[in-house]
Structures are given as structure tokens and as C-alpha cells.
Design a protein. Structure first.
Length: 129
């Protein structure tokens, strides 16, 4: 179990093995924001920096670190990934920014890495895609 302080203030105990994706702030966020998926029905938002939260996780294997289209890191649980594929035209805003999409349950995470590289990183962290 790990304690996560939500953005609204209360601390919650979560099963760290349930975490499937951790992403840092979006460009429009004011202050540190971290988005945690898999532990609640929706996204859990915390003010703890994403790298610090990931560093506190005691999961094995560790989460796969990839790069979001805005050049910020995203961490994905390899075993939760269901596919790595080429992006569709509607997922590419700027050429070269999105080179692959990783599926995690109902989530899809566009990443900067090429498909082969993203697949290798995910599989090195417990994935089978």
C-alpha cells in the first residue's frame, strides 16, 4: 500500500500494484499535478511531482517510462498494456510528436517513441505486446 495525497487534500491508501499509468502536469496546469490511473474509477489527481510518486512505488517490475507528445514523461505498467500501435491520423497534431500509441485497458497514451522502441520498453517492464 502507498499513501497518496490528493489535490483536494485528503490522503488515501491505494494498492500500488493497481496503478497502471502515471503522468505529470499538462501545460495548462498551475503548479505540480500528477494524474494516476487504475486506483480509482476515474483519474486520481495529486500535487506530488510525478517522478517523486513513481520513485516511491515499490512495484516490481518498475513502470515503463515513455515520453508524451509534449516531451514530459509518462509511466506505464507494462503488464497492463494491451497494445502498441501506429497512431491514427486524428491522433497526430504535429508530425513527429506522436509516433506510437500504447493501450492500457480503456486508456490510450500517445507517445513520442517509435512503435518498436515503445514496444521494447513496455515489454522490458513486464509487458507482452
Amino acid at each position: 500500500m502507498i499513501v497518496i495525497k490528493t489535490l483536494d487534500g485528503p490522503d488515501i491508501d491505494v494498492n500500488e500494484n493497481a496503478i497502471v499509468l502515471v503522468a505529470g502536469p499538462y501545460p495548462y496546469d498551475v503548479g505540480p499535478h500528477t494524474y494516476v490511473y487504475g486506483v480509482t474509477p476515474g483519474v486520481l489527481v495529486t500535487a506530488e511531482p510525478a517522478a517523486a510518486l513513481v520513485g516511491r512505488l515499490g512495484v516490481n517490475p518498475s513502470l515503463a517510462r515513455l515520453t508524451r507528445p509534449n516531451s514530459t514523461p509518462v509511466w506505464i505498467k507494462g503488464a497492463a498494456a494491451t497494445y502498441v500501435r501506429l497512431p491514427m491520423d486524428i491522433e497526430v497534431k504535429d508530425p513527429g510528436q506522436v509516433n506510437a500509441v500504447v493501450g492500457i485497458g480503456k486508456l490510450r497514451q500517445p507517445v513520442h517513441e517509435a512503435v518498436a522502441d515503445a514496444r521494447a520498453i513496455v515489454n522490458a517492464h513486464g509487458g507482452n505486446v
